[in-house]
Design a protein around this ligand. Structure first.
Ligand code: SF4
Ligand code: SF4
Length: 143
């Protein structure tokens, strides 16, 4: 028997919205995200390198039987969303990162800062010191 996934789902896709976020770079950006995550129903995720804030909120058009109350005139974003590769059927979100609590973004920001410092140190080590000269020629044997 062929079944349609939506008939068995409680309309997971109609109960949130996700909005793109600029990738955080500064301490202030990370602190803003920390604030988002202090709110109930907010998560932040990174997918394919892109950042999003997700808000758990049910669409006003969702009917008690989990069907769309404005099916014929539903927005394009709803029309484009395909059962089969959706929240209910796929379950694999492929997140690069998922933040559900303010402490998680603080830890992530610390890690990023640590990596940035390590990378700066490594670059500085590779740079010739001021005053050191190189002929660009290989050293002579025995020299
Ligand atoms: S598209 Fe997927 S998540 Fe949305 S109602 Fe259908 S099965 Fe559920
Ligand atoms: S408009 Fe309809 S399909 Fe779109 S989110 Fe609302 S209930 Fe779901």
């Amino acid at each position: 028997m062929i079944t349609i996934a939506c008939d068995h789902c409680t309309a997971v896709c109609c109960k949130y919205l996700a909005l793109p976020l600029d990738e955080p770079e500064t301490p202030r950006d990370f602190d803003d995200i920390r604030w988002y995550l202090m709110h109930e129903g907010i998560t932040v995720f990174v997918e394919d390198g892109d950042w999003y804030v997700q808000v758990q909120t049910t669409c006003r058009n969702l009917q008690p039987d989990s069907r769309c109350g404005i099916y014929e005139t539903r927005p394009k974003i709803c029309r484009e969303y395909k059962a089969g590769d959706c929240d209910y059927t796929s379950g694999d979100y492929g997140y690069d990162h998922l933040f559900t609590h303010p402490d998680e973004i603080v830890e992530y920001a610390r890690d990023q800062a640590k990596k940035a410092r390590a990378s700066t140190r490594a670059k500085n080590r590779r740079r010739p010191r001021p005053g050191s000269r190189s002929t660009g020629l290989p050293a002579r044997a025995g020299s």
